[in-house]
Design a protein around this ligand. Structure first.
Ligand SMILES: Cc1cc2nc3c(=O)[nH]c(=O)nc-3n(C[C@H](O)[C@H](O)[C@H](O)COP(=O)(O)O)c2cc1C
Length: 155
């Protein structure tokens, strides 16, 4: 088949157990996207891509503060699409809202979102061996793959 004409970048922040990175990798494979750790990303890169995925673990009910700052530092964009994904101990999909709102402020068109549970040994949870053990699991990775395939069909 022809080459992917939608240039896609995925920027992620995954500091606790690499849970979000696992999801990001699956999505990057399907979308033939550039996969970039936030620490290697610069706001100038955004210009070169049509579709940008932003992924983060959830830390104290928020995406990582460095990812929030990165988005705050972006100029308003024109005709760029974005999708967001988060992993968290609880797995609430509403944890995505923060990123979606931030990106909307910069005029990104939000074209998709994904969330799932991620192994969590933060704070007191470590004394009970953590919660959401083994997550993301095979099914979560399959769901992430399906999500990315659906997204791909849209463009
Ligand atoms: C400092 C810290 C705070 C966290 N706060 C929350 C939280 O408020 N809600 C939640 O569901 N999970 C919370 N978690 C669990 C993480 O969101 C979860 O383990 C996530 O999958 C981490 O992603 P990562 O491995 O990509 O960093 C927290 C973890 C850490 C380390």
């Amino acid at each position: 088949m022809g080459e992917n004409l939608v240039k896609t970048l995925i920027i992620y922040k995954s500091v606790h157990h690499g849970n979000t990175l696992k999801i990001a990798k699956v999505m990057a494979d399907v979308l033939e996207a550039e996969l970039m750790d936030l620490k290697d990303a610069s706001v100038n890169f955004i210009e070169e891509y049509d579709l940008i995925g932003f992924g983060s673990g959830i830390y104290k009910a928020r995406p990582h503060k460095e990812l929030i700052k990165f988005i705050d530092d972006l100029n308003k964009v024109k005709s760029k699409k974005a999708f967001v994904f988060t992993t968290s101990g609880i797995g609430y999909s509403r944890y995505n809202s923060f990123l979606k709102n931030k990106l909307s402020e910069k005029y990104f068109e939000i074209v998709g979102e994904f969330s799932c549970k991620g192994f969590d040994t933060w704070g007191p949870f470590k004394y009970i061996g953590g919660i959401s053990k083994g997550k993301p699991d095979k099914d979560d990775l399959k769901n992430a793959e399906n999500f990315a395939n659906d997204l791909k069909k849209k463009f």
